[in-house]
Design a protein around this ligand. Structure first.
Ligand SMILES: *Cc1c(COP(=O)(O)O)cnc(C)c1O
Length: 419
């Protein structure tokens, strides 16, 4: 039997509880949307202010002067980010956006031939990835039929067997998420990578919903490439610069979309007409880094490296388990869990309910920030670094009131533009 006291005891034993004070949490609000846009931490604020100061103080010399010279910022942050994805420091660089990085990686690694000319993805993937894949196919005069989608049997999750059996000889590259953005299912990247390589398929992963939430071992499993955004679990701020990983076995492969920031840094200012590309993941950058949008990630990564991703994952699993237990006990027979209930769940829950849109509006009015996913999903992400077990208990009590008193019926059943 779960009670408020259970929650308070779990909070008392929580080794990460002091970190909540490092974030800007609004009084009276329970923020459960850190998988969509993470909250601002004080350390991220500090590194933004430091960046502004370096601009004030140094002007153009900020590229090479000061504590965080902008010219090396993307590489330096890649090094700080590497432990979170299980990479060597040269294999990661922070650059671009998720979608532009996928474009770069496909332009680099998708080399279709007459017999091997398909890109494997899945029907549950985030649409932007699928749009990028289709436009990369079109650049090779290939049609949408060359995008092969793994089907979901239950509409929420994928099986490793289905993914592997879709790896036919005509597939050249596979692009799959590490954590599905709706159900939060964690895929078995190691088994997928191994099977892909047996079929001579290159494999890349979208880490948008996994980075900062679960550990990865990209180098050791031999993944070919990966890409992600840093504004969700990583708390890098709206529009923060994204990341990419290229396994060292591919260093030297010419970037499909070349630009001067992909240069060997010692040669870049030779301004030669041919590119001497960097000998690491830096080669896949294009133009001048978005320095202001890199700044908050520096503070955020410092925090992640101090806490460690294993500790974050351990608390996250505890939080989502506690939330499922409270929902099952307090609001029985109301929602179905679209997320896996075992340890293959990621950092958020996915509650399925036909009134999901209106329930989300009622939650927000009551001070709980959820995330609606059309047509019928409520995503709830209790985040290890700043949410408590008490907040989970309270959020479930608020949800219980909304459901038992049908409070959602007072809201219009109309979708907001961004919901
Ligand atoms: C959030 C997200 C994106 C967003 O891409 P941007 O280029 O940052 O807009 C892409 N793919 C997945 C799976 C996501 O969850």
């Amino acid at each position: 039997m779960m009670t408020m006291e259970t929650a308070q005891q779990l909070d008392k034993k929580d080794a990460l509880k002091q970190y909540a004070a490092e974030f800007y949490k609004q009084p009276g609000q329970i923020y459960l949307d850190g998988n969509s846009l993470g909250l601002l931490s004080k350390r991220a604020e500090t590194t933004v202010l430091a960046l502004l100061h370096s601009w004030k103080e140094h002007g153009i010399d900020g590229w090479t002067a000061g504590e965080q010279p902008w010219y090396y910022f993307s590489e330096n942050l890649g090094e700080l980010c590497a432990p979170l994805v299980g990479a060597k420091k040269q294999e990661v660089v922070l650059t671009g956006s998720t979608t532009t990085n996928l474009h770069q990686l496909l332009a680099t690694f998708f080399k279709p031939t007459d017999t091997k000319n398909k890109i494997l993805a899945d029907e549950l993937n985030f649409p932007s990835d699928l749009y990028a894949i289709q436009s990369q196919l079109a650049l090779h005069n290939l049609s949408k039929e060359h995008m092969k989608l793994v089907a979901s049997q239950d509409g929420q999750t994928l099986t490793t067997e289905d993914i592997i059996s879709a790896m036919t000889e005509d597939v050249a590259v596979a692009v799959l998420p590490a954590v599905l953005y709706r159900s939060g299912q964690v895929l078995d990247l190691q088994a997928i990578t191994k099977a892909a390589h047996e079929k001579n398929i290159l494999v890349g992963f979208d880490l948008c919903h996994s980075i900062g939430s679960i550990p990865h071992q990209l180098h050791d499993i031999g993944a070919d490439f990966a890409f992600w955004c840093n504004y969700k679990h990583l708390n890098g701020g709206p529009g923060s610069v994204a990341g990419l990983f290229v396994h060292e076995k591919h260093f030297g492969t010419a970037p499909g979309l070349a630009g001067w920031f992909g240069s060997d840094k010692t040669k870049q200012f030779d301004l030669d007409i041919t590119l001497t590309q960097a000998r690491d993941a830096g080669a896949y950058q294009i133009g001048t880094p978005h320095v202001l949008s890199l700044a908050p990630i520096a503070g955020s990564l410092e925090l992640f490296n101090e806490v460690g991703i294993e500790a974050i994952r351990a608390k996250s699993l505890q939080l989502t388990q506690f939330m499922m237990d409270c929902i099952t006990q307090e609001i029985p027979n109301t929602f179905t869990f679209g997320n896996p209930q075992d340890a293959t769940r990621g950092g958020h829950l996915f509650l399925v309910h036909e009134e999901a849109a209106r329930v989300c509006k009622a939650l927000k009015t009551a001070g709980v920030v959820p995330d609606f996913r059309a047509p019928n999903g409520i995503r709830l992400a209790p985040v290890a670094l700043y949410n408590s077990f008490t907040e989970v208990w309270q959020a479930v009590q608020i949800l219980k009131t909304i459901m038992t008193e049908k409070m959602y019926e007072t809201y219009e059943n109309k979708r907001d533009v961004i919901a």
